[in-house]
Design a protein. Structure first.
Length: 250
């Protein structure tokens, strides 16, 4: 990955009215685990983050069931969870863990919802990285009841923009988003253009079909809690596909 550069200009923009808080109510779900003891099996995934180590997400991650994944709209969001000791005292451990949504746990229609089809709609389910799961439950349990809630994400550094694709197809992966953690809308601006909305291609990959080569690029990112940040001139005019640039943070 190319060296990360810091945007030289930035400003915060707020959607009309005060930004609203995340829903912090506790909800019930179940959790399983995957990925192995080193979480190597969690790399990649339906959010498009690729190497979760180099992207800064580490091993406290989870794949979300269809009911929670929302076609990728919740990628990057953070959840605090704890094992429901009252429902399963044999396998639960005390304490909480906060995970980032980085993948989809796909449904399996061949299995019933209560016998292997844990991620089938309409179930709320987290398939956690094994190392995260073992912070709240004993490995041999396999599956445990949990309670969870959305919490703000705490990130180091600014929001990152990795520019992939080619001319007339700019595919920008957006990572390291603080606050709500997810991304609801993105706009891009070249130094010779106005603001143009981008569309979600998959996960947190956003696309623009404009020709933006040779222009410095600015980005405007909105999250589900009603906040928007604008990072001006994040990428210099000589940017290249495959490079990553760092903007402001929520």
């Amino acid at each position: 990955m190319a060296p990360v550069t810091v945007a030289t200009m930035f400003s915060f923009l707020w959607i009309a009215g005060a930004a609203y808080a995340l829903d912090s109510a506790w909800q019930s779900a179940h959790a399983t685990f995957y990925g192995g003891s080193d979480a190597s099996g969690t790399m990649g995934g339906a959010c498009g983050y690729g190497n979760l180590y180099s992207q800064g997400y580490g091993t406290n991650t989870a794949a979300l069931s269809t009911a929670l994944f929302n076609n990728g709209a919740t990628c990057g969001s953070c959840y605090q969870m704890k094992c429901n000791h009252h429902s399963d005292p044999q396998w639960c451990l005390p304490g909480t863990v906060t995970v980032t949504a980085t993948n989809l746990c796909p449904p399996n229609s061949a299995l019933s919802n209560d016998n292997g089809g844990w991620c089938n709609p309409p179930l709320q389910h987290f398939d956690m990285a094994q190392t995260a799961f073992q912070q709240i439950a004993i490995y041999r349990s396999g599956i445990v009841p949990i309670i969870f809630r959305r919490v703000p994400c705490v990130r180091k550094g600014g929001v990152r923009f990795t520019i992939n694709g080619h001319s007339y197809f700019n595919l920008v992966l957006i990572t390291n988003v603080g606050g709500a953690g997810d991304v609801e809308a993105v706009s891009i601006k070249g130094s010779n253009t106005g603001w143009q909305p981008m569309s979600r291609n998959w996960g947190q990959n956003w696309q623009s079909n404009s020709y933006l080569n040779g222009q410095s690029l600015s980005f405007q990112v909105s999250t589900s809690d009603g906040r928007t940040i604008t990072s001006y001139n994040v990428a210099p005019a000589n940017w290249q596909f495959g490079q990553t640039f760092e903007g402001q943070q929520f």
